[in-house]
Design a protein around this ligand. Structure first.
Ligand SMILES: [Zn+2]
Length: 307
């Protein structure tokens, strides 16, 4: 009987591992080239031999080593490099080059010069040279913002995959997911061999905040971020504004609480999966966060924009 029970247990455990190691939805790779640019994860592209993505792959390999260690995983995932003209076939949201992670193990990144980066570069055309100095130091004279949208943000999307492998579609709050994505982005960048990627993401986010060229924003509260999430996502500028807010908080949290916090935050997202415990009220969520992380963390996460 005992042996019987143990073998059932082993069977269950191995099935579970099987599901996780093979969670990648390969139907999304249809008509893409398998470019095999990494031995650590799967890589596909709309072009047979894409150039200028070596650094992205290299950063993702380093980030995988780091996340595997922090989260005690050996995660398989797939990175799809998709050009502008094929974007809508593979991604769930335009514009081409806006990086995204899918629930089933795929990450979609832009290829070559993406529409997303090119538009953002156009937006810098009227900015006086003196204000662009710091960006040019990190992004080069040409201000290639694919170094932000593809390279730097790929770390953020990879963070989401480490979450989705455990939570699936179960989301208690979109804003908590995005705090986690930003935490992963900051933490992975800080742990790369050089600080280049961190300096790029930091200088660009701070530039956006300091230049304050958002114009009028339709959405500013966390309630709106939850209830109108896909509307906010469609308004790229407004979504970008929310991301800068999350970024600043994530940076502060990581600098104060480090790797251990990253691990705890992911566990928290797994534990509060609404598929397990139902939807929490604002009051319940806040209490749970105070009990789990303490007041200091909850104060940092406090949202200033309430109307
Ligand atoms: Zn995100």
């Amino acid at each position: 009987m005992k042996v019987y029970l143990i073998s059932i247990l082993i069977l269950i455990t191995s099935c579970k591992q099987q599901i996780e190691s093979d969670w990648v939805d390969r139907s999304k790779h249809e008509s893409l080239y398998d470019i095999s640019y990494s031995e650590m994860f799967e890589t596909y592209s709309t072009e047979p031999n894409p150039e200028a993505i070596k650094n992205t792959v290299d950063n993702l390999e380093q980030a995988k080593v780091y996340f595997d260690k922090i989260f005690k995983e050996n995660l398989n995932f797939a990175v799809l490099f998709v050009d502008n003209s094929n974007w809508n076939k593979y991604a769930f949201s335009p514009p081409p080059g806006m990086p995204q992670a899918h629930y089933n193990g795929n990450m979609i990144l832009g290829l070559s010069r993406s529409v997303m980066a090119t538009r953002a570069e156009q937006g810098l055309k009227n900015v006086p040279d003196s204000k662009l100095e710091i960006l040019k130091q990190h992004f080069g004279e040409e201000l290639n913002l694919d170094l932000f949208y593809r390279d730097a943000l790929s770390l953020h999307e990879l963070g989401h995959l480490y979450q989705f492998v455990k939570t699936g579609k179960g989301t208690q709050r979109h804003w908590l997911n995005e705090i986690f994505g930003n935490l992963c982005q900051v933490a992975a960048a800080k742990n790369l061999a050089t600080q280049d990627v961190f300096n790029r993401m930091d200088s660009f986010q701070l530039f956006l905040i300091n230049s304050n060229k958002w114009g009028s924003l339709n959405y500013k509260t966390l309630k709106q971020f939850e209830e109108d999430y896909f509307e906010v996502l469609k308004h790229g500028r407004n979504y970008g504004w929310y991301q800068t807010q999350f970024y600043i908080k994530a940076k502060e949290l990581y600098s104060k609480f480090g790797n251990e916090f990253l691990y705890e935050f992911r566990n928290f997202l797994i534990d509060i999966n609404p598929e397990k415990i139902g939807k929490l009220s604002e009051k319940e969520l806040k209490e749970l966060m105070i009990n789990t992380f303490g007041n200091q963390v909850v104060e940092i996460l406090e949202w200033e924009h309430v109307s």
